[in-house]
Design a protein. Structure first.
Length: 106
């Protein structure tokens, strides 16, 4: 897995580098894609074409990241690691997700 946190204009190039290294899953935390307008939408379409061409699984772009308490993986920009447990939580909203994480960690 690769975690990509760079300015959006570099993401597609890094995805190419990941494909060369046979990386099969990517988390793109970077913002600056379709949420930012026409140029970002074009960039996101190019990103989707690349991951499809190389059969890469993608989480993102413009996401909080991924936390897996079972393997102690915090590949996100969340401040705290929740305690290990048996609850899964998915959210489209980074703000909602961090609020619930803060609540759960307190």
């Amino acid at each position: 897995m690769a975690i990509i946190v760079v300015p959006a204009r570099y993401v597609v190039k890094i995805v190419d580098e990941c494909a060369e290294k046979k990386i099969d899953s990517i988390v793109v935390i970077s913002a600056g894609f379709k949420e930012s307008g026409i140029e970002g939408a074009i960039r996101e379409k190019e990103l989707c074409q690349k991951i499809t061409r190389h059969a890469i699984r993608l989480l993102g772009p413009n996401c909080l990241g991924l936390i897996d308490t079972q393997s102690c993986l915090n590949a996100s920009f969340a401040a705290d690691m929740p305690e290990r447990g048996n609850i899964a939580f998915f959210s489209q909203s980074g703000a909602l997700c961090t609020a619930i994480l803060d609540w759960g960690c307190s």
